[in-house]
Design a protein around this ligand. Sequence first.
Ligand code: NAI
Ligand code: MG
Length: 351
Amino acid sequence: MGTFNIVVLPGDGIGPEVAAAGVSALKVIGEVYGHTFNFDEKRIGGIAIDTDNNPYPEDTDKACRAADAVILGAVGGPKWDLGKQRPEQGLLAVRKAMGLFANLRPMDVKASQVHRSPLKREVVEGADMLIVRELTGGLYFGKQTRTETTATDECVYTVAEVERVARVAFEAARKRRNKVTSVDKANVIETSRLWRETVIRLHKEEYSDVELEHALVDSMAMHLVTRPTSFDVVVTENMFGDILSDLASVLPGSIGLLGSASLGATGQGLYEPIHGSAPDIAGKDLANPIGTLKSVAMLLRFSLNLLTEADALDAAIDAVVEKGVLTRDLGGTASGSQVSAAINAQIRESA
Ligand code: NAI
Ligand code: MG
């Protein structure tokens, strides 16, 4: 029995709808398993630009730094596309402020879902991988310059940055199928050569029990489509991970199914679905809450160390999908709040 402080950042578009599903699942888990979750809702993204003229207001920053864990919905939307301040700046800021250097995106294709995949059954069935993306280095945080005719983006990685994220990947592999695929572009760029050398050295010194392979990012894109079942843990730098994880995310058939965890050195973490704010369906109760609920299961597991509760939530999600209570993106007719209610009922029933 514990008391935990959870900051909730609903954000924009469908963000508030899916974040509400996450909060309601935690409330049920609190009741059933005897924990107290204190929720503190704060602004981020477009809504924070509108009200605070800042995509990452100071009181949001203060709350996030002090929280046990943070749930984020999504940020952004056409309303802010041409503005000087961007909602995504809020996202980059919270990751940086909390020191979240590893982004974990699990993806699996269950037999019952395989018919929704854009790939053939024999190629994709049983695919089960964890992409670990470095989140606070590389191009997205490098110095940028701009004149009328020339733009530059600096890409920087240090040995320490590579080592800490590779460590997350090796540790995760030991709890899974014991294999790591490290992705880089070591044939061309210098940060990738440092990446590969560092991964090889760490593997030799501390993780030689884990199978390690290296792949170049361009051929990796191909392999993710042609043989997705051959990967277990995939680790890569920030931009490569952004692109490859979006590619992998569509394999199960809907972006609404997948969650993510962003972790730092302290156990504190930020948990969000991998999809965006989906302005096309916002406010209509059509958003699939499962990506957020999968993220909440990781929150329980990684930040609160509530493993039974995490497994119970994952199992409840699977049971409801199995029963065919599905939102429109999965070919069903249920609303987002119906799916959320069904999962909550399943948690109570199974406890
Ligand atoms: P998106 O992920 O918001 O939507 C892509 C498509 O998937 C849309 O057709 C949408 O309706 C559908 N979709 C997404 N989530 C769904 C869910 N839970 N249930 C059912 N259908 C779902 O990506 P898009 O359209 O490229 O971006 C929309 C806005 O979101 C943009 O402003 C973008 O910058 C922002 N964005 C924010 C992210 C974040 O907060 N982490 C990540 C990606 C985009
Ligand atoms: Mg992305």
